[in-house]
Write a protein that binds this ligand. Structure first.
Ligand code: CP
Length: 328
């Protein structure tokens, strides 16, 4: 069975969300459509729907996170699930308990879903393969491999602003080599039929299989963003770099940092995105990060609705249409 198929149940419904690799355009579009429906929950007086009432979601973050962990927690709470946030630093992991033993103990508490971030690429697949069959697993970022909900919230934000992917030129700029976010974005952009996908980076930060990702490669930022509709900036993943892949952050900014001047070659209505955390003055300057074309904080807000969509598709007891605006 392929890794992608592990994510689907016998009826072809989403059971785990581990990677965008191998998922169909129809399924990705369904996630985006479901997300649309969940946006309104944030406007309700009682910001809750009962789609996951009685379910238990455990957040297991073995790596640091601000946006992903908190938006998963909010998403689960808005779906009326009970949420466990395991503090890894004060958990028995610190006493040598293995990942699988931690999972077995949480499964004994009848957890229905694990949301896992881990430094090891493949950790989410490993857990999904070993978890109790009734348990769903969502990958909240594993090593440099995959961050599928980030990829989908980025696609949702692009669709909100630009509509049809087929007419778009999307440029992804920065540390493509080490970025699980870039891999998820590029797979999603390709699957959704994006007109032109570009990657822009120093030669040392372009993966060998860049062409296979369906992208045109640029080594010059001004050329790469020319006439682009969407520009996605990425953080330098210093924690995953070995050796001197870059002379200095200052030099990187001189060549690949996004400034108002360099942005001027993009389409006048181009949007600027970043998954966060931003390093101001390294991948972009503050004028751009806080400027009128930046949709960076919209990405964060959209993260809640996207995660509600994915979680409810995996463990929800009913769909949103059947619920209306239901407080609990
Ligand atoms: N975009 C992202 O994954 O941010 P966090 O590391 O804060 O979760």
């Amino acid at each position: 069975m392929s890794r992608a198929n592990v994510q689907l149940d016998a009826q072809g419904n989403l059971k785990h969300f581990l990677t965008i690799d191998g998922l169909s355009r129809e399924l990705l579009t369904e996630i985006l459509d479901q997300t649309e429906g969940f946006l309104g929950v944030a406007e309700q007086a009682v910001k809750k729907v009962p789609l996951c009432r009685g379910k238990i979601v455990a957040n297991l973050f073995f790596e640091t996170s601000t946006r992903t962990r908190t938006t998963f927690e909010l998403a689960a709470k808005r779906l009326s699930a009970d949420v466990l946030n395991l503090n890894i630093d004060t958990s028995a992991t610190a006493k040598g308990e293995t990942l699988l033993d931690t999972l077995r103990n949480l499964e004994a508490m009848h957890v229905d879903m694990f949301v896992v971030r881990h430094a090891a690429s493949g950790a989410a697949h490993f857990i999904a393969e070993h978890a109790n069959p009734h348990v769903s697993l969502i990958n909240a970022g594993d090593g440099r491999h995959s961050h599928p909900t980030q990829g989908m919230l980025d696609m949702f934000t692009i669709r909100q602003h630009k509509g049809n992917f087929a007419d778009l030129c999307v440029a992804v700029v920065g540390d493509i080599l080490h970025s699980r976010v870039a891999r998820s974005q590029l797979l999603a952009l390709k699957t959704l039929g994006t007109g032109e996908i570009r990657i822009i980076a120093p030669r040392t930060l372009i993966p060998a299989q860049a062409q296979a990702l369906g992208a045109r490669v640029f080594y010059d930022l001004r050329e790469g963003v020319r006439d682009a509709d969407v520009i996605i900036m990425l953080r330098l993943q210093r924690e995953r770099m070995q050796g001197g892949m870059l002379p200095s952050e200052h030099e990187y900014f001189q060549l690949f940092g996004l400034t108002e001047d360099r942005l001027s070659t993009a389409k006048p209505n181009a949007i600027v995105m970043h998954p966060g955390p931003i390093n101001r003055g390294v991948e972009m300057d503050s004028q751009v990060a806080d400027g009128p074309r930046s949709v960076i904080l919209e990405q964060v807000s959209n993260g809640i609705a996207v995660r509600m969509a994915v979680m409810s598709m995996c463990i929800g007891t009913q769909n949103l249409q059947g619920q209306g605006e239901t407080g609990v």
